[in-house]
Design a protein around this ligand. Structure first.
Ligand code: NDP
Ligand code: OAA
Length: 265
């Protein structure tokens, strides 16, 4: 039976645990949570696991780890996990847009003999984009459209009047690298499109606050030697965090199951 370290026990972390808690192949969860929320996390984990405050000096070595804690946590925790030889699945893909981060993670993987997995998260179509990359891509565009409430508490609030939007408003146009750095809680998907396709600096991103949006909408448009791709997903957000689509949690669950299943899809 596997032991999984789960870094971050917010909207996504709790949903991942809820979906996998009764999987008989998982014996124990080690949940990294801040001291002030440790009691609450302990209560939710019950007999399934324990709360830890650091990824160093763990009494039980996890078989692999999952990060869903944010960019800062990815930078501080994930290299240490990888250096210890612990394979890690990450949600906060946008942190790879920070200067030197890809090289740092790559070095940590090599030092520990570990593998880092970036999940598609709330996106659809990453498989085709990544497969098409080697035959040559001509253009890749990503458009993120969310209701104004999903942009509250982000840099979007200073770029448009989220409280009083009457119509869809494009408040950001730039590269995937710029988007990921400016919107760490909302543009991990933009970074994923960049990393899977033409690169963070060659991928064009538009971000939209739309009072009429029915969910968190992610559209990838790509052209290349492979042909043309247009994929849109309109995802329901977590009630506890409207910035995050529930599909992002499901994407992590899929990655975890793919480590446990004999046949991988
Ligand atoms: N790839 C994708 O499609 C998506 C990726 N994401 C990424 O996933 C992350 C998590 O999303 P979500 O669950 O919705 O966010 P939440 O804010 O709901 O949960 C994150 C949790 O992690 C905790 N945390 C942060 N840093 C640390 C740390 N160093 N040690 C222990 N706990 C920590 C936070 O605590 P505190 O609030 O005190 O900081 C919070 O409880 C996002 O920040 C984003 O980077 C999100 C959506 C989609
Ligand atoms: O969950 C989503 O809709 C996407 C998201 O927030 C992100 O990529 O950071």
């Amino acid at each position: 039976m596997k032991t999984i370290l789960l870094a971050g026990f917010g909207a996504m972390g709790q949903s991942i645990f809820d979906q996998l808690r009764d999987d008989p192949r998982i014996g124990r969860w080690l949940v990294l949570e801040r001291a002030e929320r440790a009691d609450d996390a302990r209560r939710k984990l019950g007999r399934h696991g324990q709360v830890v405050q650091s990824v160093d000096g763990l009494e039980t070595r996890p078989d692999f780890a999952v990060e869903c804690a944010g960019h800062e946590a990815l930078g501080t925790l994930v290299p240490r996990l990888l250096e210890q030889g612990i394979d890690t699945i990450v949600a906060s893909v946008g942190a790879l847009a920070l200067p030197g981060m890809v090289d740092r993670l790559d070095a940590a993987c090599r030092a520990g003999g570990a593998q880092l997995t970036l999940v598609p998260g709330a996106l659809a179509g990453v498989d085709a984009l990544a497969a098409a990359r080697d035959s040559g891509l001509v253009s890749v565009d990503y458009t993120g459209r969310k209701p104004p409430g999903s942009w509250q508490g982000t840099a979007a609030a200073s770029l448009c009047d989220l409280e009083h939007l009457a119509e869809a408003t494009v408040f950001f146009e730039g590269t995937a690298r710029e988007a990921a750095a400016t919107f760490p809680q909302n543009a991990n998907v933009a970074a994923m499109v960049g990393l899977a396709g033409m690169g963070l600096d060659q991928t064009r991103v538009r971000l939209i606050a739309d009072p009429a949006a029915g969910g968190n909408t992610h559209t990838i448009s790509a052209r290349g030697a492979f042909g043309r791709l247009e994929v849109m997903v309109e995802a329901a957000a977590f009630a506890s965090n409207p910035k995050t689509s529930a599909l992002a949690g499901m994407s992590i669950v899929r990655a975890v199951r793919n480590r446990l299943n004999a046949i991988v899809i």
